[in-house]
Write a protein that binds this ligand. Structure first.
Ligand SMILES: [Fe+2]
Ligand SMILES: [Fe+2]
Ligand SMILES: [Fe+2]
Length: 447
């Protein structure tokens, strides 16, 4: 087995940091964004406690011990940070925490995750690792009959699979070091499940208490950044557009009810920004804010998102946190601070009774007010689990009431009411296009 030392990665980091400092175009550390994103994904249930971060760290240590090169390790870590994003409900995610039997389980979330990510070049390799991250080293009879042609998965998939199964064996309530013998023997028992060389690499890493103690006591993102130089994954302005597009699909495609929402908000906000005489780059930015505004909903399960009855207080509290999490996920993008604020303030009100920041009056910029108004318009116009999309006259009546209550900006509302035909037509066109996009994505993804 080829053993690569962690320290050999450190030399490259100085060049990478120099590049980052010289970078005049907007750039960001993709790892930081994905790390905060994955932490929000794991808020869906207390049992998920940083699961994606655990898997990324464990996968990194196994890959390093096995002798993967730096690029492979970076892709493995990125894939691990996102590996279960195709599982949308709490129920489905909870079922993935059970250690045994995953060869017979529905692993369509792996295919959905792959299809969501594959068209974004910096994550294309990671997407292929995610696609096979539940594949057994030696598939059981069940899988052999299901897949006529068993193909060997990429090594990254086998590493993530092993790391994922180790992570689910860790019990939060127990001392981490006293769990080592149990976890090692459970992994060793499943010789058909995991690639033997990877199990050997794990057994070697598992000898070190430091490996386990880091999981509990260290900032895993800092370890990954310091030791493997993931800060080198910079993306340029065009790729940032593709990244926002990717996030939009991840959020909207979680439910048929939300499949058109962010697209609708982005389109309506762009029309309003044009009326407000925004510069072209700011119109572009407000479109991105529309795509990203509900990003924080990634931590909310379908059980709440699609609930047909009114939310109970606990569920309402979960829902009210989502703009806060949008803000947290977008913080590693300093170039887009303005866009982040517009996106994160979409549930704030002029009278200060919005949430979660209670920003009010003049503290709310025109961009934030536009996104808020575009969000209300789009939400009322589209179907929800508990009602059909409203006729345009009802939408305007409700929005007028919100203006009277000093929740929405009267001037922006007047732009909507004066241009209601154009705006509702645009909303309708976007809804139809988004429905088609959603249907075609799932008809391919579940085949
Ligand atoms: Fe999974
Ligand atoms: Fe997982
Ligand atoms: Fe929202």
């Amino acid at each position: 087995m080829r053993i690569k030392q962690i320290s050999s990665y450190l030399a490259d980091n100085q060049n990478i940091n120099d590049q980052m400092n010289q970078c005049t175009a907007p750039c960001l550390c993709l790892q930081d964004v994905l790390f905060s994103f994955s932490n929000v994904v794991d808020l869906m249930h207390p049992s998920f406690n940083k699961h994606h971060a655990y898997v990324a760290y464990i996968a990194y240590r196994i890959a390093d011990m096995y002798g993967c090169n730096k690029i492979d390790i970076q892709n493995i870590v990125l894939a691990a940070l996102l590996h279960d994003i195709g599982a949308f409900s709490q129920r489905e995610r909870l079922s993935l925490l059970e250690f045994e039997g995953d060869d017979t389980k529905d692993d369509s979330h792996a295919e959905i995750g792959y299809k969501l990510l594959r068209n974004f070049p910096p994550l294309a390799t990671a997407a292929t690792y995610i696609r096979f991250h539940h594949q057994y080293w030696q598939p059981t009879k069940f899988k052999q009959t299901k897949q006529a042609n068993h193909v060997l998965a990429p090594i990254g998939s086998y590493i993530i699979h092993l790391a994922d199964r180790i992570a689910v064996l860790i019990r939060q309530e127990e001392n981490i070091l006293s769990q080592i013998p149990r976890i090692k023997s459970r992994i060793a028992e499943h010789h058909n499940v995991f690639m033997p060389e990877l199990v050997a690499a794990f057994q070697e890493v598992a000898e070190k208490e430091e490996f386990w103690l880091n999981i509990v006591y260290e900032s895993l993102n800092s370890i990954l950044k310091d030791e493997i130089g993931l800060k080198s994954i910079l993306i340029n302005k065009d790729q940032i557009d593709s990244l926002t597009e990717l996030f939009r699909r991840i959020i909207d495609f979680r439910s048929a009810f939300t499949s058109m929402h962010s697209n609708g908000v982005a389109a309506i906000a762009s029309i309003l920004a044009k009326i407000a005489d925004f510069a072209p780059e700011d119109i572009h930015m407000i479109r991105l804010a529309g795509y990203m505004h509900d990003l924080g909903k990634i931590g909310i399960g379908l059980e709440i998102l699609e609930k047909p009855e009114p939310l109970v207080p606990h569920e309402d509290s979960v829902m009210r946190a989502h703009p806060y999490h949008t803000d947290r996920i977008l913080r590693p993008l300093p170039y887009f601070d303005t866009m982040r604020i517009w996106a994160a303030q979409h549930h704030e009100c002029l009278n200060g009774k919005g949430y979660p920041f209670h920003t009010h009056g003049d503290m709310l910029s025109l961009g934030s007010r536009i996104i808020a108004e575009a969000d209300v318009f789009t939400a009322l116009f589209e179907d929800r689990p508990y009602r059909k999309g409203m006729p345009i006259q009802d939408v305007l009546t409700i929005m007028q009431q919100m203006v009277d209550d000093k929740r929405l900006d009267p001037e922006i509302y007047s732009w909507i009411s004066c241009n209601v035909e154009e705006i509702s037509h645009e909303c309708f066109v976007i809804q139809q296009a988004s429905k088609l996009e959603y249907r075609s994505f799932f008809s391919n993804a579940k085949q």
